[in-house]
Ligand binder design. Structure first.
Ligand code: ATP
Ligand code: ZN
Length: 284
């Protein structure tokens, strides 16, 4: 039994999707035939598809699981299950106005022509806010629509905002925040579920390792207690005596989010020679 995963064949999710599989120790020869590849050391077949088609393929069970942007999944409204949030492909679906047009609130959308590739998401948003506007559905290059007189505003994906900027637009309202999701078909068999769990176990180890750093530092013994309080570690930190009397080496794991603050406190408490090392995998 093998599990079939659908990923984007090229585009903004491709590299990160492939990297995630590689970091999970899944070996793929992606040779010339880029429609399908078979992992040689894990029961997984990889299908390379347009991102827009992935929810449908997973719903139909042509693929068992898939990696797709939340924006696409929400727009397509397919019956699939969200298994995990992957933390890459982050972007937002936003309304943008031409730079010179005033925006003071949602009411300013009333009666506008808005160009978008996300007609479902936009119409739900407008409906919830009791706004009547004309949705012009176009499939690509939405950002040029106001410039050519096709629309008054757009609703499109934004990450840095540079595309908007170069097209003379400004972001005025976020309607959805999105990231890549791992989705699965609703009725996986027990055997398929087992393979998925194995994959999820690895994905979580990779994700955790990215959110954590391994920290080594030297501490004078009289400050050990104070320093250990600052870094609880997975269980408790490892403390080893240094060759120099009166000093110890402390090893632990810190969450990336708390990292800078704790490092400052450690220094203030007398820690020296602090080393911070990336973790490749983390199984807790
Ligand atoms: P395909 O050929 O597969 O249809 P596409 O052109 O529709 O590709 P991409 O631009 O490669 O799609 O984007 C794929 C996904 O990457 C988006 O659906 C979204 O989830 C995510 N993404 C992250 N940042 C951005 C961004 N700045 N603009 C567009 N998409 C982004
Ligand atoms: Zn697409």
């Amino acid at each position: 039994m093998r599990l079939k995963i659908a990923i984007q064949k090229s585009g903004r999710l491709y590299e990160d999707s492939i990297r995630l599989l590689k970091e999970c120790g899944i070996g793929i020869d992606n040779g010339l035939n880029k429609l399908k590849a078979e992992a040689y050391n894990f029961p997984l077949d990889i299908f390379f598809l347009r991102d827009d088609d992935i929810p449908q393929y997973v719903e139909d069970g042509v693929a068992d699981i898939g990696i797709v942007g939340e924006n696409v999944l929400c727009e397509k409204r397919k019956q699939v299950e969200i298994v995990d949030r992957l933390g890459f492909g982050k972007c937002r679906l936003s309304i943008a106005f031409p730079k010179g047009r005033d925006y003071n609130g949602i009411q300013d959308l009333q009666g506008l022509r808005i160009a978008t590739s996300y007609a479902n998401l936009l119409s739900v948003f407008l409906g919830e806010n009791k706004i009547k506007a004309e949705i012009h559905e176009i499939s690509g290059s939405v950002e040029i629509a106001p410039g050519i007189g096709l629309a008054d505003a757009i609703c499109d994906l934004v990450s840095s905002g540079s595309t908007l900027f170069t097209n003379g637009l400004k972001e005025v309202r976020v309607i959805l925040r999105s990231e890549a999701l791992l989705v699965s078909a609703k009725n996986l068999s027990g055997e398929q579920r087992k393979i998925l769990d194995k994959l999820l176990f690895r994905i979580n180890a990779v994700k955790k390792s990215k959110n954590n750093k391994y920290v080594l530092l030297n501490a004078p013994n009289e400050k050990l207690e104070e320093i250990i309080q600052l870094i609880p570690g997975m269980k408790s930190p490892t403390v080893l005596p240094l060759a120099e009397p009166g000093w110890s080496s402390v090893h632990s794991v810190l969450r990336e989010d708390d990292f800078w603050e704790i490092i400052e406190q450690l220094k203030a408490a007398g820690a020296q020679g602090i080393l911070v090392v990336p973790i490749e995998k983390m199984i807790v």
